[in-house]
Design a protein around this ligand. Sequence first.
Ligand SMILES: [Fe+2]
Length: 421
Amino acid sequence: MESNTQKLIHSFGALADLGQEIADSGDFMEMVRTSLHLLLGTLAIRRGAILECPEHLETTNCLATWGLSDDYGVKFPIDSETKETILSSTGVEGGPATTEAKDGPLHQALAGLYSQEIELIVPMIVRGKLTGLVALGGKASGEPFTQDDLEVVRAMVRHIGVGIHTHRLLAEVRQQAIENGRLYFDLRAIYRDTVRAFAAAIDIKDKYTQGHSDRVGKYSEIIAREMGWGEEEVEGMAIAGYLHDVGKLVVERDIINAPYKIDAKQSSELNRHPRAGYDILLPIHHPFADIPLMAKYHHERMDGRGYPDGLTDTQIPIGAKVVTLADSFDAMTTDRPYKTRRSFAEVIHDLRRNTGTQFDPVVVCAFCRALLKELNGETRERKFLKMLGKNYLEAERDKPLIIELLSELDPNTKAAAAGAD
Ligand SMILES: [Fe+2]
């Protein structure tokens, strides 16, 4: 009686250890190996193996062996019919609690796994599915398995089965998360490519400003990144730059392409484009920042003399202010039908004159810092150089101009800017 009680306590202890091992282990294979050792140790069994039956495969996969060759049960054929036979012959979760006669359906289905060394094969069934199999040799004492032994085996196999099942679920969830991440990344890339193609279509309408929208997108991205915004906002600003002039699609081509300074009537027609852009972009669900508002307000000015709404400083979204600067910088640094592009010194002069009235000083400072970093060779890519062409910027000549403007606009950056020289 005392011996039975001790055995029971021992079995409960082993079960508790097994539960702990399954719950704690971050290493799946280690968990399976330890579980097998605990099972064998509890009943003093010399040898055994844990096999996995992946749902999508028709063979078993050996996860752990003890006292058997490592290839025991590897790729043992177990097709869906065999799985059905095993499931219908066990009927209860955790597998049979008795050793089955050799002519029984379970024994026959798994005949290839039986040998002199294997006395008992217990299916692991979790949620009505065959998760795996546990093969066990005889007890070291040579005694047959008792009914109590089989109950202990069944309980422990069930624990192991749940552990393997949970691991599979987690692996699937992880795989799904990776897959979703990939899909999301692909979708964003497709969205961005589509927007860039659309931007190219906008620019085709204006034969004098080829690539303008693409460059405004890139300048906006550079400024946003320099302002320390997160990746989402930075990407949103690139999109806003690409699409800022989408409203020009509704403006007559002759006005856009006029090779002279347009008159007041034509000008007011052209000035419809920010609001038209807003109307075009509003129904689209954009994954990033408020793109339609940035298109609407990219011609607003800090002093309230912009259009379409004559907003002032804090009324203008910061993103729209970024696009405004990017747009103006590109307009100043590219040839137009009625004027050639300005020199860099003239551009700096224009920025100095219009900061605080047209441009936000915070945005101008960020722009200058980004440009200075590239001229100092601190950036991996030379984005300004690519957009402005080889001979436009000259580091030694232009860096002092940028540093001077930065110092005027933000005295706090004076030391840092000087240090960057
Ligand atoms: Fe515009």
